[in-house]
Design a binder for this molecule. Structure first.
Ligand code: KIV
Length: 296
């Protein structure tokens, strides 16, 4: 298994992720690119970790992919902590980054810092991810000061869906692109160790990647970023409805699950499951000659 360059014991750490960019400032070579996938529970974390993914993101996308909401907005802090703990139990090597959900860092700074620290202290996250650029500078700096590593997230930020008028690609005009670049620079200046670039033209993501000294991790931002992130359900085909243009489906797990469960139902209804080989038996001596009497 090729897992790219990493710290001696194999554990991916925040400094290790940063050092990849410092070794190759313009943009990471293909073999050093950062791989990131969302993980939401113990089995997904184990499988992704064992497959060599560098960063497991406990994304607030779980509101939609796991909990069935229409957007990421309703998921709560307690729910995100619950899923992060499960991911922690399934992970040995990958870096765990937890998304701070909407409403947990938007009001008071001290409350936001306390909420972020809960991900580290109670759930085993090694960093948190926060959406927004210039307006998050103070918070990011406070978190870094409180020993909570921060991954930024600019461009299409799903928690801003109402302000943006939906899930819309950002930075398509020169002025809008300038703002996204300013946001990315602000996130870096505030002390984040990496940044997600979501839903923006490839050309803009390439420019930001060349401009920053922290690694960029793209989703719907083209191939020139220092790494890529995909939502697990898009990657494995466990979705309902159309997938976004940028998502590549590597498997059709939804179809595999449906097929398996349909077959199981047929076998139960046809009397072929369970078979004798799938049943327990009484020890020979106990079953021979003795009738089992009901005990009242
Ligand atoms: O919640 C999430 O899955 C994310 C990724 C899309 C980056 O934030």
């Amino acid at each position: 298994m090729s897992v790219g360059p990493h710290a001696g014991n194999g554990k991916i750490t925040v400094p290790e992720i940063l050092s990849r960019k410092h070794a190759s400032p313009d943009s990471l070579s293909n073999s050093a690119k950062i791989t990131c996938v969302t993980a939401y529970d113990y089995p997904s974390a184990r499988l992704l970790d064992e497959a060599g993914v560098d960063v497991l993101l406990v994304g607030d996308s779980l509101a939609m992919t796991v909990l069935g909401y229409e957007s990421t907005l309703p998921v709560t802090l307690e729910e995100m902590l619950h899923h992060t703990r499960a991911v922690r139990r399934g992970t040995r090597r990958a870096l765990i980054v937890a998304d701070m959900p909407y409403g947990t860092y938007h009001a008071e700074l001290p409350e936001a810092v306390r909420n972020a620290m809960r991900f580290v202290k109670e759930a085993g996250a090694e960093a948190v991810k926060i959406e927004g650029g210039e307006r998050r500078m103070e918070l990011i700096a406070r978190l870094v000061e409180a020993e909570v590593p921060v991954m930024g997230h600019v461009g299409l930020t799903p928690q801003s869906m109402h302000a943006m008028g939906g899930f819309r690609v950002q930075g398509k005009t020169p002025d809008a692109a300038e703002q996204v670049l300013r946001d990315a620079r602000a996130v870096e200046a505030a002390g984040a160790f990496a940044i997600v670039l979501e839903g923006m033209p490839r050309e803009l993501a390439a420019q930001i990647t060349a401009d920053l000294r922290i690694p960029t991790i793209g989703i719907g931002a083209g191939p020139d970023c220092d790494g890529q992130v995909l939502v697990l359900n898009d990657l494995i085909g466990l979705t309902f409805g159309a997938s976004p243009k940028f998502a590549r489906r590597y498997a059709n797990v939804g179809e595999i699950i449906s097929g398996a469960v349909r077959e199981y139902c047929e076998d139960v209804r046809g009397g072929t499951f369970p078979s004798d080989a799938e049943s327990y038996h009484m020890p020979k001596a106990a079953s021979e000659g003795k009738k089992i009497r009901a005990v009242s």
